[in-house]
Ligand binder design. Structure first.
Ligand code: MN
Ligand code: MN
Length: 464
């Protein structure tokens, strides 16, 4: 190939290179050390409530204070609005306030898991078990025969809250859902993967020794309730006003001889939430008022008053606008948002569901997803070409590694993000996030260079 041909190819072809190619060794080191903070966050924040607690702690260390309705905030003010302990909006007031709209990054902090049912505890054949109700899109068979932890809150009738977090420390017990031994699984193995483990099979073992050592009916259950009563002062009826979540007991860890990847529960979507939060904490005096929205309930369709299908984000922006004497709807209409959520990384183990030219890959940087949805873009917010151009120019100008991606092959399935709920307020929005392997599995995988690219992309957006 002549040099001229090579040059012309470089000029005319589009190719997302390996992210490390564009980075200095100092930047690669910076990416690795950024990910150490991310891994601590993953272990400390396995549920939406824990993620909000971590965000509040980090924000307060960085000079953020709770939002006071009606107060007029000068430029540079750092505030946060905690929505019921399950979602949070953090804001840095910009030099021009909300005059030209807000700059918003929205990520979600709920992840697929097993919730306890309102009346979860029962005894059967010598075991005490919890009945669960799966939350979000899971492959049920992946949740058997792995160590599990219990996180959440029990709220008593007097309004007091008991926090529960068991199974994370080395000296704490863990929990497990049993699976059938292969020797006796002939019939199970003939079922489809969707049917091999059913929702009603996801029962968590929580005890096996009877109270008093006596083999009477319900004594194993009684023993568990007695332990819970002694530890937390709760009775069986208190489960009725609890939010208890079964999550994997794994900790985040490096993957690969080269330590290039991170394996963990809950990358979707903490892998965008954490970089978005860090980018905001590092933003001192932006031009526009910048918001980091960490929301709940994305995995079940953004429903409820802590999900982005509720008006809580718009209410917050309208309240800030009113304090500045601006009209809320005009501010929303002038706002721009990165919907920060993951996409499926191309998986060499399963190439048949991906279209190579329009998939995101590990280690190629942050992925811009113009639209999600299923079939004919159903259920998607399709970002306009104008905003796509703005975002890719911003990333190129800042030398941030990025790529484009669709969620797999047409007709292979589909999915959605919060983008359409943001767009419903007439806000300009596009999905920008991190490629993930084994998405929604109890143990997902991301690349460190991509996590850092997300941080850099989000930081640039906040400075615009
Ligand atoms: Mn997600
Ligand atoms: Mn998800």
């Amino acid at each position: 190939m002549s040099d001229a041909t090579k040059e012309l190819k470089e000029k005319l072809f589009y190719k997302a290179p390996y992210a490390g190619e564009k980075m200095t060794s100092d930047e690669v080191d910076a990416a690795d050390s950024f990910c150490e903070g991310y891994m601590s966050f993953l272990d400390a924040a396995k549920t939406e409530r824990e993620a909000v607690e971590q965000a509040v702690a980090l924000a307060e260390m960085n000079g953020f204070a709770p939002y006071v309705p009606g107060r007029i905030y000068p430029a540079g003010s750092k505030i946060y609005y905690n929505n019921r302990g399950k979602a949070i909006i953090l804001a840095v007031i910009g030099e021009s306030g909300l005059t030209d709209g807000a700059r918003i990054i929205a990520a979600h902090i709920d992840s697929p898991r097993l919730d306890l049912r309102p009346n979860p505890l029962y005894e059967q054949d010598g075991e005490a078990l919890f009945k669960t109700h799966y939350y979000g899109g899971i492959k049920k068979y992946q949740w058997t025969a792995i160590p599990l932890a219990l996180h959440g809150v029990i709220v008593k009738k007097d309004g007091s809250t008991v926090k529960v977090r068991i199974g994370e420390e080395d000296n704490e017990p863990k929990f497990v859902i049993s699976d059938l031994l292969p020797h006796l699984a002939a019939e199970q193995m003939r079922k489809t993967m969707a049917e091999g483990i059913a929702g009603e099979d996801l029962n968590v073992i929580v005890g096996s020794r009877p109270f008093d050592g006596s083999d009477e009916a319900q004594n194993v259950k009684l023993n568990v309730l007695n332990i819970l009563f002694e530890k937390y002062g709760v009775t069986e009826a208190d489960f009725l006003s609890a939010e208890l979540e079964i999550v994997p007991a794994f900790k985040a860890c490096d993957i690969g001889f080269d330590r290039s990847l991170i394996g963990s529960y809950g990358h979707d979507d903490r892998v965008c939430a954490y970089p978005a939060l860090m980018a905001l904490l590092d933003t001192e005096l932006p031009r526009h008022t910048t918001l980091c929205v960490l929301t709940d309930k994305e995995e079940i369709g953004s429903e409820g008053n802590t999900g982005l299908n509720s008006a809580y984000m718009a209410f917050f922006i309208k309240a800030l606008a009113a304090a500045e004497g601006l009209e809320g709807e005009a501010v929303l209409s002038a706002s721009k948002c990165l919907s920060a959520d993951v996409n499926a990384a191309f998986d060499p183990n399963f190439p048949s569901v991906f279209e190579k030219n329009n998939s995101s890959y590990l280690n190629k940087g942050v992925v811009i997803t113009k639209y999600t949805g299923a079939r004919g873009k159903g259920g998607s917010s399709d970002a306009p070409a104008e905003f796509m151009a703005e975002v890719r120019a911003m990333l190129d100008n800042a030398n941030v590694c990025w790529q484009i991606g669709e969620l797999g092959k047409l007709d292979a399935g589909g999915g959605g993000t919060v983008a359409k709920y943001v767009a419903s307020h007439n806000i300009e929005v596009v999905d920008v996030g991190v490629p993930v392997l084994s998405m929604h599995a109890p143990f997902e995988v991301v690349a460190k260079l991509d996590v850092y690219a997300a941080y850099r992309a989000f930081f640039e957006f906040y400075q615009k």
